[in-house]
Design a protein around this ligand. Sequence first.
Ligand SMILES: [Zn+2]
Length: 445
Amino acid sequence: MMPAIPEGGAYWLRDARVAACFLDSAVAPADREGLVRCDIRIEAGRIAAVAPQGSAPDGVDLRGGQVWPGFVDGHTHLDKGHIWPRAANPDGTFLGALTTVFEDREKNWSAEDIRARFEFGLACSYAHGTVAIRTHLDTYFPHAPTTWRVFAELRDQWAGKIELQASSISVMDRMATEEGVMIADLVARHGGVLGGVSRLSGGVHDELPPDFQPMLDRLFELAEERGLGLDLHIDESGETGARALREVALTAIRRKFKQPIQCGHCCSLSMQPEAFARETIQAVADAGISIIVLPMCNMYLQDRVPGRTPRWRGVTLVHELRNAGVRVSVASDNCRDPFYAYGDHDMVEVFREATRILHLDHPFGDWPAAASRRPAEALGLPHRGRIAPGMPADLVLFSARFMTELLSRPQSDRIVLRAGRRLDATLPDWRELDAVVGLAPATSG
Ligand SMILES: [Zn+2]
């Protein structure tokens, strides 16, 4: 039984378990799983105090249940989400995803279409307890201004519920043309982040082309001229020739790039020779680049050959990166589109799957931070991902006490608090999108 939450005002959450990586001060020693028992004071929608367990004279008794800060989903694609029913990936491969999305974008992506699917994704995220999202937006002309306008409208409409950021995504060769200037200007006008993907039009992530470096420098230049941060899709394959990550890091160092850089995927790093991987990781650490890992999507896409069992998990070297001091986050990536057939914008699922795929356990250490605090840092949101005095009381309460309880069920009975009040949000019905995605309208009865 989950406890009743007071309708606002001041109260204590008693007998909570909080991962030490979410706390600013050590109120008590952490247990083997990195969890600290404590009481949390809520006042006027904010966290007023975090005290050792037993400090609270009264309040909501959580009976040892875990409390997490609201989730930060630092890498999503809300513009292409949920097109699966009308645009299924024919064979589940990366190339199948590229071509299917391209055709669907050309044919179907009106403002109304993008808005309906984008909002569906936001509603799922919100109900699951996510407080901030960065979405990538396919940014190609002539469609790009429409997509960015829809994003800007939804960013305003959802302010106070979900903090929304956007990054462009377009291939390297396009960014090096006049279109690159138009894209960078569009991004700057909307307060976005400049994105890119380390492959060329129509290509996949393999050998870097001979003119890769000038294209990469041009991308940096476009960002520098406008003071934009960078968010790049890097080396999303198992090809050892895909080694853009090292070049991005060395370029950032050489240019003394000032703005934050986040790199997603970086799958092929785990297929590189040890010495090369080590050198790359050191360069990433020196450049201060944040890495974001998309374990569900990459396990789905990578090493997929019809009729053959996958031998590789498709993910990057998260432990080695973190040990080198690199900030590592996990995120949803695609949901129900040709890049990933499944997903519900649920960071609990992402953390659960990430733990299993990447062995983020025994010890868990500060890995829970990868679903909230680390992406909050990478996205420049210092008020997110922490449970500390002064932070908003945007929390997720679980009945689960231990990690083995948290990661063994979907946690569908979690309680989401926003500004200290219980959020009354339910997941949207998939049928709401039927007309949008080309399914016959649901029949009543
Ligand atoms: Zn992505």
